[in-house]
Design a protein around this ligand. Structure first.
Ligand code: WTA
Length: 629
């Protein structure tokens, strides 16, 4: 069929890429746009169900949609048991390399065995179906084993990113009412030790529900073990109870699988709830079609399991597809900026999925580092987390992909669970555009009143129909779920992003329209940074904004009013930065803190961050009629 003529800078996929693709794009779009429920149910048919669903979509209680109701399944069973029964039994499920050069490979059989053993340990600690377990570790194999073990017994995992710190962990432990915390003694990062257990000890002093702490030995440095509460992972795994017989719980399609906290517009981070059935179908099919997973592929999603990208596409997605997933523990440029390229060469990685901030970071080191290595195993590349600037896209395409690997720029969110706007290998690409909604997804760009805007006009990105991996609710706060996502435009899911569509119908994401800041692809809320600042005894008020940054995409800038009598000194400013690092995490440390006497506010007392931002960028602050004198 003749290619559609597209405007602008367009990269057409080669015949080789198109012929290889799982997805026959045109057919898939056609089928899914006409009969999206049949499309999703045909995808679900590829997975194992202990009992088949009665209904694909139950929309009787909008916006609390349910998928595959009446169906019984278990995502862990689909990730492991299904493959162990086939020739994949001895295939590598997972390859890991530590920052210090250690490595580990687990076959499907071995990963199932370790998962079952740890699931039995969790049961031994009193964990039952529905109980929450918090997991706080670096990128080590045990994080994946712990997640799968929870899923296996129907417990709900809540993974807290290892880069978060005391208050962030405390809030998440408290809100999820976790009974067990699985933590590592520490994590290696740039050759240094991040003292995770120490941070956890401090968070646990503030949180009351945790009864047992399981400690994975990774760094081996001296830590405090509290008697009666803290137990070593390897000692528990050596007990007779940790045997490899643990049948998977026959969970309901709508039973909760995990909570993942993410930043919102205001207040505390919210726990996004995902379930076994729909989530499984969504990530299985998106990964299969978008990254064209084949039997012999080694897939590297270079995110962290502590974020949705890692949940969906390091852990569950690759395993559901029977692929081999690769995970690297440490910093990208450690000990040298060729670390990633060396590992791609060493393990023969076929697909690399990362964030624009990482690409921009590598660009700065120059072409010589990747050029030293054989990257010919790569077939496809991916990008996620923030808009990718065309310059970075082209560098990635030319220097890493040698102009033969298409780049899948996938737009999605913690809430969507799965890719929503994304190319497939057969899609003609435009650098910087996520191209089109995935088959079965209906997205649009609307104005303030919810009416579609004209081509090339900026508006709010919305999703118009439900999809299987969608957020089910905000745990403990269903009203917030409705208000946050479904109340501005009735019947449409509000993403919080602005975007435009070009004349070819290609989507271009512009950025967040709320108080969420994407720093190096990490999602942070102004509210968390501000509340960390005001928890310091010298601070009266604080405001945080994001300003453009060459590598990080955005950097945090904070404005602080000190309490009366406190003197402004450089030492204090540095202390405030460290304080935010200690409470929220190093990624949240403001790039710059300015001590001010007042903050622009509305008459009702709301800080006008947009005025601060305009001022910092030397732009017109716009309408100031609501500004308090
Ligand atoms: C942004 C990450 C442009 C967007 C999976 C979204 C992107 C937020 C892209 C969700 C992309 C994610 N192009 N922007 N390809 N992917 N975003 O929940 O602003 O950590 O709303 O999920 O990241 O961030 P979250």
């Amino acid at each position: 069929m003749a290619e559609q003529k597209l405007s602008g800078d367009v990269f057409y996929p080669s015949a080789e890429i198109k012929n290889h693709a799982n997805a026959k794009c045109d057919e898939l779009y056609k089928f899914a746009s006409k009969e999206s429920l049949s499309f999703w149910s045909s995808e679900a048919d590829n997975l194992h169900w202990f009992k088949k669903w009665d209904k694909v979509l139950d929309d009787s209680n909008k916006p609390f949609f349910k998928w595959f109701t009446g169906g019984k399944t278990n995502i862990c069973y689909n990730c492991l048991d299904v493959h162990v029964k086939t020739f994949r039994r001895n295939k590598l499920a997972f390859i890991w390399e530590g920052e210090n050069g250690e490595s580990l490979s687990l076959s499907y059989f071995a990963l199932k065995r370790e998962t079952c053993r740890f699931a039995n340990v969790l049961k031994g600690l009193g964990i039952q179906k529905g109980d929450r377990v918090t997991i706080y570790m670096g990128r080590v194999p045990e994080i994946i084993i712990a997640m799968l073990a929870c899923a296996r017994i129907g417990a709900v995992h809540s993974v807290v990113y290892g880069g978060f710190s005391v208050e962030a962990l405390h809030e998440r432990l408290e809100d999820s009412q976790s009974k067990v915390l699985v933590v590592a003694d520490g994590a290696f990062q740039r050759g240094k030790i991040v003292e995770l257990k120490k941070i956890a000890d401090e968070a646990l002093q503030r949180a009351a529900t945790v009864q047992s702490v399981v400690v994975v030995k990774r760094t081996g440095h001296q830590i405090n073990m509290e008697q009666g509460r803290d137990m070593w992972y390897h000692e528990l795994m050596a007990l007779p109870i940790a045997n490899s017989f643990c049948p998977a719980e026959k969970t309901d399609a709508e039973d909760p699988l995990f909570l993942l906290y993410t930043s919102g517009t205001t207040g505390k981070p919210k726990a996004i709830l995902h379930t076994h059935g729909g989530y499984m179908v969504g990530i299985y099919s998106t990964l299969k079609y978008v990254f064209d997973i084949h039997e012999d592929d080694r897939f590297w999603c270079a995110a962290d399991p502590g974020w949705i990208t890692g949940h969906s596409y390091i852990v569950y997605g690759p395993l559901l597809n029977g692929a081999t997933s690769f995970m690297y523990e440490g910093a990208p440029s450690y000990p040298f900026p060729n670390r990633w390229w060396q590992m791609i060469e060493k393990y023969g990685i076929n697909i690399l999925y990362t964030a624009p901030t990482a690409i921009r970071g590598f660009m700065r080191y120059g072409d010589a580092w990747p050029n030293r290595h054989d990257l010919s195993s790569l077939r496809l590349l991916g990008s996620v987390g923030e808009p990718i600037n065309p310059e970075a896209w082209k560098w990635y395409h030319r220097v890493i992909g040698k102009e033969k690997c298409p780049i899948m720029d996938t737009w999605w969110q913690t809430e969507t669970g799965m890719f929503m706007i994304t190319p497939m290998p057969c899609t003609p690409l435009k650098p910087g555009s996520g191209t089109k909604p995935f088959p079965g997804i209906e997205a649009d760009i609307v104005d303030d009143n919810g009416n579609p805007v004209k081509p090339n006009e900026e508006g709010f990105l919305v999703i118009k129909t439900p999809w299987p991996a969608m957020i089910r609710t905000i745990y403990n706060d269903p009203d917030r779920y409705v208000n946050q996502y479904w109340s501005k435009y009735p019947g449409m899911y509000m993403t919080g992003d602005s975007a435009r569509k070009d004349d070819d119908g290609y989507f271009w994401i512009i950025g967040r329209v709320d108080d969420v800041i994407k720093v190096s692809g990490y999602r942070l809320g102004t509210a968390e940074i501000e509340s960390a600042l005001v928890s310091h005894p010298s601070v009266a008020e604080a405001a945080a904004i994001g300003l453009p940054h060459d590598v990080k995409g955005n950097a945090i800038h904070a404005y602080v009013i000190l309490k009366t009598g406190v003197n402004k000194t450089d030492t204090l400013v540095e202390e405030l930065r460290q304080h935010v690092g200690h409470e929220v995490g190093p990624i949240a440390k403001p790039e710059h803190i300015e001590i001010v006497d007042s903050l622009p506010k509305t008459r009702s007392g709301k800080i006008m961050r947009r005025v601060l931002k305009a001022k910092a960028l030397g732009l017109d602050p716009g309408n100031l009629s609501t500004l308090e004198e």
